[in-house]
Design a binder for this molecule. Structure first.
Ligand code: G
Ligand code: G
Ligand code: MN
Ligand code: NA
Length: 251
């Protein structure tokens, strides 16, 4: 490649890193059920940047597809080294779902990495589902028919249209940490989470409570019937090499 090539044509993601935050089964014993991939940008002057500071620019600049597939590839490769009963969750921007060949491209990445589709979970936001006209329905149906799991991130903060859960055959919802952080302080947090968990159980949908920072929150949510738990109490997002839980399981 010559130096005059526009950067967008040959994106260099050498400064990006994927961190992983574990997800734990509420029963038994908070064993690791999987991990969420969270991208970071190691900036030469500004240090380690979190996605909020560069994902919006990547979306606007048309780089989110390339970035998203780079993360997906890294995450699938990493998960091949983890126990077979664990998943890797990858966040997907609404713009990525609009690609006509999104489903086929995800399946190709899975095949190249050797990761079984059932071990990949794609985390969507509800705003992705609202853009009905873009045939997100067909894309998700195709992915699910091949075994890929679909979860709804930040559940409860957006439109939370309950019919989406059924129509799109969602496998999991992630209860936003703003509700979890209200536990023990505001009565509403517990009421909302209780309703979400009860509904999900009846629909056969798994629930991950996010942002658990205290033992009180952990025990309360496990007792409510959340299937999985995630948060700083268990682990912060860490580089792949620091995921001790999987290293021990492998030896
Ligand atoms: O890791 P952190 O808490 O800073 O993440 C902030 C947000 O960035 C999260 O809501 C997450 O969904 C999003 N995010 C993290 N990694 C990725 C990624 O690889 N792709 C997309 N589209 N979003 C991501
Ligand atoms: O929207 P999404 O769930 O993908 O965002 C994940 C972000 O939430 C990550 O940036 C991560 O750093 C942050 N996060 C994860 N667990 C906790 C927690 O227990 N407390 C707080 N304050 N943030 C958390
Ligand atoms: Mn997420
Ligand atoms: Na979230």
């Amino acid at each position: 490649a010559s130096q005059s090539d526009p950067p967008a044509n040959r994106p260099d993601f050498g400064s990006l890193e994927v961190y992983y935050q574990t997800v734990h089964r509420a029963k038994p014993g908070y064993s690791v059920s999987g991990a969420e991939a969270l991208v970071r940008w190691r900036h030469s002057h500004r240090g380690l940047l979190t996605p909020a500071s560069f994902i919006p620019a990547a979306e606007e600049g048309g780089l989110i597809d390339a970035l998203g597939f780079w993360v997906l590839r890294e995450a699938c490769r990493a998960a091949c080294g983890w126990p077979e009963d664990t998943f890797v969750a990858v966040n997907v921007s609404p713009a990525q779902l609009r690609r006509p060949n999104f489903a086929e491209e995800v399946i190709t990445v899975l095949q190249e990495s050797g990761l079984p589709p059932s071990r990949l979970e794609l985390e969507l936001t509800e705003s992705s589902l609202i853009e009905d006209n873009l045939d997100v329905y067909t894309v998700l149906k195709s992915l699910r028919s091949q075994g890929v799991q679909i979860s709804l991130d930040d559940f409860g903060t957006g439109f939370s249209c309950l019919s989406h859960l059924v129509r799109f055959d969602i496998d999991r919802i992630k209860i936003d940490r703003s509700f979890v952080s209200q536990l023990g302080t505001k009565a509403n947090g517990a009421a909302i989470i209780g309703a979400i968990v009860a509904l999900s159980r009846n629909l056969g949908i798994s629930t991950t409570a996010e942002g658990i920072e205290t033992e009180y929150q952990r025990d309360f949510l496990a007792a409510l019937g959340c299937t999985d738990l995630q948060g700083y109490l268990f682990s912060k997002p860490v580089p792949l090499g620091e995921l001790d839980c999987f290293q021990k399981a492998k030896n």
